[in-house]
Design a protein around this ligand. Structure first.
Ligand code: F6R
Length: 608
């Protein structure tokens, strides 16, 4: 959501910090700021809007320093403006704090601090941290941070500077990701490895309840009772060009185009085609535990929730295990039935989504085994789950999730194979699925090679104000996903529906101004979908159909058609999603919108 980057070393830090912020901009982005230790004290610049605005503020009033912290904000408390942007300060301007997360008891803390004379200038929850640290400060910054955090309820990833204890950065984490980047004669702190990858690949991930003290020459980690914690160092193997646009206009288009490769990466070393089997080394479940599972609960949010719906259908059809899908935000607040034979599959691209993480913790508390399908290596969900299947889709920067979705569906197919073959799926059935999976990268490529056909369709509909997406069976979740993609980046209202449900209400909306996208590959429910197409056409609706072969029964009933290759039913979503991603992309691009950073959205939703 918001982004943090901090530096301590021998280099001038301003540009380095601003460049780090640019790499975090995709996470949340309504304002930004930076504080530097300039030799005499702290100096801060902030600006509302994109990082470019902060750069302008710095250009017109430069700051220098070799120790600094910086932040991109996604507003929670108080509107986006310069005053509410981070870093925040104490009364004397001697303490500077950047913060991701939410201080839940900031109201009473603020009132208490005001009673003792502290003057607040912003509407944020974060500012209480600066004043609490000021109130506790007695010459040593880490002691003051520990005392301040003892009073705080909520979530935080913070980095703090003090002009009176100047040669360090103190960072602490509870519920909001934070890591240390290790350099030579310099060290970094960041909420996301992308911010510091240009400088170091050696990182230490902080866990909840940990605090780090960074100096030029080293770092130490302790808990909030100041007991030393020994931490392992992880090495990041992404390349910088993976987080750059590589010649595409937008990250979203680059990420759509990467999908032949990214799903190959998800399958690599896991698919045993001849035996119709999958090898999933990270499950951490014995054969017996896998065989004894009596139900699977899949929990996730947004696009990941859509892939969960596809997983449910696959697992019930082919592995014959009862499976439920839950919105993570709902699961955590109800009283679900979970036993020690329940496997809770948690799907998250970022591995940091607050609701999904909380749902996983709740499932664990209730005795379930947890399995994370996560893209971001080293993320909180990946570290706290009992076992996992990494997606290996590489960094996803565009806010609208694309390649993570197809990799999630592939990971779920691998899991289905594993579970099915341990039950009553025959080797022949398993092999059919595995062969169909192997064919997918080339099939996706053949769709991408015809992207211009989707662009032509987008041209015809870029002025539409509403869209309906309809599909049945495995393609109903694809309809939901197509609608979500369109609404989040083009701001066109779009709804996904099971095609037959349309008759029970939404059909009233159909007229010549309502484009209806049918996901209608030639699968086991195709004929049923044809009747639904007829119902729309009879009411003057404009039909865009995603089909997989020449269909005489559709002749004269569709206005625009895009063909996808044929595959088995359970894998249709992987292919059908691609033209829908492209359709959303081209419509948003034609409307001149900021495709990678749609308004009000953040890549990683780390607040409840
Ligand atoms: C939509 C989108 C979001 C995310 C959701 C969950 O394009 O990106 O709906 O899917 O916020 O995020 P993760 O998968 O990181 O838990």
């Amino acid at each position: 959501m918001c982004g943090i980057v901090g530096y301590i070393g021998e280099k001038q830090a301003t540009t380095l910090l601003v460049d780090g912020l640019k790499r975090l901009e995709y996470r949340g982005y309504d304002s930004a700021g930076v504080s530097l230790m300039n030799g005499n004290g702290l100096e801060t610049r902030k600006a509302k809007g994109k990082i470019a605005m902060l750069e302008q503020a710095i250009a017109s009033d430069p700051i220098k320093g070799k120790i600094g912290i910086a932040h991109t904000r996604w507003a929670t408390h108080g509107p986006p403006n310069e005053c509410n942007a981070h870093p925040h300060h104490d009364c004397k301007g001697k303490i500077s704090v950047v913060h991701n997360g939410i201080i839940e008891n900031y109201g009473p803390l603020r009132a208490m601090l005001q009673k003792t004379g502290h003057v607040f200038v912003s509407e944020t929850d974060t500012e209480v941290l600066a004043h609490l640290i000021e109130a506790a400060f007695d010459g040593n910054l880490e002691d003051a941070v520990v005392d301040a955090l003892a009073l705080v309820e909520g979530t935080y990833g913070i980095a703090v500077l003090s002009a009176d204890d100047p040669d360090k950065i103190v960072a602490a984490r509870k519920g909001s990701p934070l890591l240390i980047g290790i350099g030579e004669g310099e060290n970094y702190v960041a909420s996301d490895v992308a911010a510091i990858l240009a400088h170091t690949r050696e990182v230490v991930y902080l866990d909840d309840g940990e605090m780090a003290v960074l100096t030029r020459d080293g770092y130490s980690v302790c808990d909030l009772y100041q007991q030393t914690v020994k931490k392992g160092v992880s090495r990041i193997d992404w390349d910088l060009d993976q987080i750059e646009k590589g010649g595409f206009d937008h990250f979203m288009l680059k990420e759509i185009m990467e999908q032949p490769q990214t799903i190959t990466n998800t399958m690599r070393g896991r698919l045993v085609t001849e035996e119709g089997f999958s090898k999933l080394g990270g499950l951490n479940l014995s054969m017996e535990e896998l065989q004894n599972l009596d139900q699977i609960i899949i929990t996730a949010c947004g696009t990941s929730w859509h892939s969960a719906l596809i997983g449910e259908l696959m697992i019930e059809e082919h592995a014959r295990i009862r499976c439920e899908v839950e919105y993570a935000s709902e699961f955590r607040y109800r009283n679900p039935i979970v036993t020690d034979k329940t496997l809770c599959v948690v799907i998250s691209q970022s591995g940091e989504t607050a609701d999904t993480l909380a749902a996983m913790r709740e499932a664990k508390r209730r005795g379930a085994r947890t399995l994370g399908l996560v893209n971001q290596v080293g993320s909180t969900i990946a570290r706290e789950d009992d076992g996992g299947i990494y997606l290996h889709a590489g960094p996803e920067i565009g806010v609208a999730s694309t390649k993570a979705f197809t990799s999630q569906v592939i990971a779920l197919a691998l899991l289905t194979l594993k579970l099915g073959r341990l039950r009553n799926m025959s080797v022949v059935q398993g092999r059919d699925i595995a062969q169909a999976m192997e064919a997918l990268p080339a099939q996706i490529q053949s769709i991408l090679d015809r992207a211009s056909e989707v662009e032509t369709i987008a041209e015809a509909f870029s002025d539409a104000t509403n869209f309906l997406y309809l599909g049945r069976g495995y393609n109903f979740p694809v309809a939901l996903e197509g609608a979500l993609k369109l609404k989040e980046i083009s701001y066109i209202h779009a709804e996904g529906y099971p095609a037959a449900e349309m008759k029970h209400g939404p059909i009233a909306l159909i007229d010549a101004d309502m484009p209806v996208v049918f996901i209608a590959p030639h699968d086991s429910v195709f004929e049923k979908v044809v009747s639904n197409v007829q119902e729309v056409k009879a009411r003057g609706g404009r039909v865009i159909a995603i089909t997989s072969r020449e269909e005489p029964s559709l002749a004269g009933k569709i206005d625009y058609e895009f063909r996808i290759p044929e595959t088995i039913d359970m894998l249709n979503p992987v292919l059908a999603a691609i033209p829908l991603q492209l359709l959303a992309y081209y419509i948003a691009a034609k409307r001149g919108l900021n495709v990678d950073q749609p308004r009000n959205l953040a890549k990683s939703v780390t607040v409840e």
